[in-house]
Design a protein. Structure first.
Length: 134
């Protein structure tokens, strides 16, 4: 009986492991929070991971791009981002710099049951993103 219970538990655990959410490439995610602060109202910050190891999106004012590495066990890291050089309102530029700087600290990711993507730095609060429709 003890072995039957153990076998049943292992089957359930493996079933759960096979249904863990996957980080989707070629899907655009909209940023909602950068660490401990929400985005400025009406600003639009996005992230898309392409299949070739390049991330890109809008940073609120400028378009941005960076290499990324996706590894087993939910590890994710970004290289140094580049961007276009438009000037916007100072608060929007500060938010954009915070976003680009925070990307470089990302070490892992997870997806919540409500489909929210979280990108975690070594320390502190995550970037929180939602999949865009379309």
């Amino acid at each position: 009986m003890k072995y039957l219970l153990l076998a049943s538990a292992l089957v359930l655990l493996s079933a759960c492991a096979n249904h863990s959410p996957k980080l989707q490439t070629s899907r655009t995610y909209a940023v909602e929070w950068i660490g401990e602060r929400p985005l400025i109202d009406s600003s639009h910050v996005t992230l898309t991971l392409d299949d070739d190891g390049r991330a890109y999106g809008t940073a609120g004012c400028n378009h941005w791009y960076a290499p990324y590495t996706l590894a087993p066990h939910h590890h994710l890291s970004f290289g140094t981002p580049g961007s276009t050089r438009r000037l916007c309102a100072p608060a929007l530029m500060e938010q954009e710099q915070r976003f680009l700087k925070s990307l470089q600290t990302v070490q892992r990711w997870d997806i919540q049951p409500n489909e929210q993507l979280r990108l975690w730095p070594e320390n502190g609060q995550p970037l929180r993103l939602w999949p865009e429709e379309g």
